[in-house]
Write a protein that binds this ligand. Sequence first.
Ligand code: PLP
Length: 294
Amino acid sequence: YLVYINGEFVPRSKAVVSVFDHGFLYGDGIFEGIRSYSGNVFCLKEHVKRLYESAKSILLTIPMTPEEMEQAIVETLQRNDLADAYIRVVVSRGPGDLGLDPRSCTRPNVIIIAEALALFPQELYEKGLRIVTVPTRRNIPDALNPKIKSLNYLNNVLIRMEATQSGVMEALTLNQEGYVCEGSGDNVFIVKNGKILTPPTYLGALEGITRNVVIELCEHLGISCKEEPFTRHDVYVADEIFLTGTAAEMIPVVEVDSRIIGDGKPGPVTKRLIEEFRKLTKVRGTKVPGLSPL
Ligand code: PLP
C-alpha cells in the first residue's frame, strides 16, 4: 500500500515521521477514521468537517483546504485501487523542540493511510457481540472533550485492553456519575419497548457520524430514537443493544457483563436498521471513479 504523507505517496515501509513530532511525543494531533464501500466514501464530507473541527478546537491549522483534503483521500484510494477500505487520516502538530509548547512546530504532518480492514469477524454481525463494562472511565467533556478526535486515545486503548482481559472484543465505558457513555471506538444504542435510546454526547462520547446517520435513519423510518442518559441497569434489561462506528459499522450486542440481552439473538429493530444502514453505505457519500470491485 502507498501512504500519503504531506502530498507525496510513499510505500508503507518508508512511511515514517520524526520522533520529534509532537503527535508522537505528546499525542498532540487529531485523526479521523473513514470507510469506503464499493468505491463510495461513506459520509466523506462529514468526516472531513469533524477533522477540521477537531483541529480548530486544539488550535491546529491544517495546511490544506477541506476540499484538498477530500481530494487527497480520494486519490489515496485510487493510488491503492481500494474500493473497500478503512481510511485513517492523521494530522499531527509536527516536529518541534522538546517541551509542550507547540510554537516550535512549524509544519503539521498530514498522513492518510488506506487499508482493507475487518474489525470484527463476519459471523458476529449475525450472532451478536458479547461485551462488558469496564473500570476505565471516559474522559469528561470539560477536560479533554471526547468530541475532539485527538491522538490522546489512551483511555480508549485501556478500555479495549480491559475488554480483552475479560475475554470479549469490545466494552462499554461509563462516566464519573455512572451513566453509560460509549464503547472504546463506537457509540451505543439500546432498544426498549420499540423505542431507541443513545447517550447524549455531553455525558462523554464522540459525536459519531455513524451514530448520527442511525438517528436520522430512525427518524426516516418512524422509529422513536432519543438522546437520553441511561445506566448499566438499563443496558442489562434492554430488549436489544447495538454499537455503531465507522470501523464496526452497526453490530448487535447479545450479552453484557454476563447478562443475556433479550433472547440472546440480534433483535428485529437492530436487524432492520442494519439492513437499511447497509443500503445507505453504498449511496451516501462521495463516489470514487476507477476502482476495481472486490
Ligand atoms: N466513539 C469513539 C471513541 C470513536 O473513536 C469512534 C470512532 O470513530 C466512534 C465512537 C464512532 O464514531 P464514527 O461513527 O464517527 O466512526
